[in-house]
Design a protein around this ligand. Structure first.
Ligand code: ADP
Ligand code: MG
Ligand code: MG
Length: 319
């Protein structure tokens, strides 16, 4: 028996993404338990449907505070804290801009500069009032919208990991469409997570990230974008300008213990660019990164939590 034949893969489409679960036993009921859990979380956090806990907050913008459950309150608090960091490129009140651009959805278009200014005024994270006592969230201005798209999948990946641990699972992988979380070391001493080749077929890889019991989150501008007049408009927006973040990066991958950190840091580092990110990461040893740049480089930070195997000669590896 080859090691891989011990791995059982289960898949579903949830949160608008293909979801993959790998287990070391044939266990349909455990897999359904995981997918049910993800669905429950999706129903709580989505902004792509009329009803969810987040949509209740958005619908009440400028009018009423909305009381939410403790986990939802805590996630929003975390998102606000990160958004309020000085010069943060992460902004969880970016919703009005995301809705206007519709990048990755039908009906996308480039907003007029004046529209962007109007919408930017609705994206101040300080305008989200959190009340600890009542566990309520109040968007002070009508038209404000929370969007947890840059943090929710990471949070949910950790929820799944914790659930699997409770079920005594020691070796497993969950991939929530770009957000991978792992337990144990897979079949061959490490889980192998592919690093996608930008703007190529989905199975084309430029390298493999090997981890055990860590999260691997990638955010790339080639995942959701549209092209117009030779320009690529992708789905990570600059909260300062309202336009897609524009720099040398094609993707940022974060290796960390918790997937929520990976999800947050991909967005933060995107805004910083490679040089500033590498300097910054020196101070936070539990967060490590792989950058892919427009000029064909793969740049690695420290590698305490992962190893990297290159697969494509047309990319230069810089350590
Ligand atoms: P992915 O969709 O590849 O997982 P991210 O985790 O980077 O990518 O999240 C991107 C999503 O987050 C966007 O689709 C949008 O909903 C939202 N978003 C876009 N720009 C920002 C930003 N600057 N800060 C926070 N959220 C953002
Ligand atoms: Mg994400
Ligand atoms: Mg993210």
């Amino acid at each position: 028996m080859t090691p891989d034949s011990r791995v059982y893969a289960y898949s579903a489409v949830l949160m608008g993404s293909p979801i993959l679960l790998k287990l070391f036993e044939h266990n349909e009921s455990l897999a359904s338990g995981v997918f049910r859990l993800i669905k429950l979380q999706e129903n709580t956090f989505t902004v792509n449907r009329p009803h969810s806990d987040i949509m209740a907050i958005n619908h009440a913008a400028g009018r009423d505070p909305v009381t939410v459950s403790t986990p939802v309150f805590e996630l929003i608090r975390r998102a606000k804290d990160i958004s309020c960091l000085p010069d943060s490129s992460f902004n969880f009140t970016i919703g009005p801009l995301v809705k206007r651009w519709k990048i990755g959805f039908s009906g996308h278009s480039i907003p007029a500069a004046q529209d962007l200014q109007t919408l930017l005024a609705l994206t101040n994270p300080q305008d989200v009032i959190l009340d600890e006592q009542t566990r309520s969230v109040f968007l002070q201005r009508a038209g404000m919208e929370i969007d947890l798209g840059a943090i929710a999948k990471g949070y949910i990946a950790d929820v799944v990991r914790d659930y699997l641990r409770e079920q005594q699972v020691e070796n497993a992988l969950i991939n929530l469409g770009g957000n991978v979380q792992t337990l144990g070391a897979g079949a061959e001493g490490a889980w192998a997570i592919g690093l996608k080749k930008p703007f190529s077929s989905p199975d084309a890889l430029i390298g493999v990230i090997n981890v055990a019991g860590k999260s691997v989150v990638t955010s790339g501008i080639y995942e959701r974008y549209f092209e117009l007049d030779g320009h690529c408009y992708h789905h990570i927006l600059d909260p300062k300008t309202g336009y897609p973040l524009d720099n040398e990066l094609l993707s940022v991958t974060i290796i960390s213990e918790d997937s929520i950190d990976g999800d947050i840091w991909t967005t933060l580092l995107y805004g910083m660019g490679v040089e500033k990110s590498l300097a910054y990461l020196k101070q936070i040893p539990h967060i490590e990164a792989v950058f892919v740049t427009r000029d064909g480089q793969i740049i690695l930070s420290s590698q305490r939590q992962f190893t990297f195997s290159p697969l494509d000669d047309s990319y230069r590896l810089t350590v």
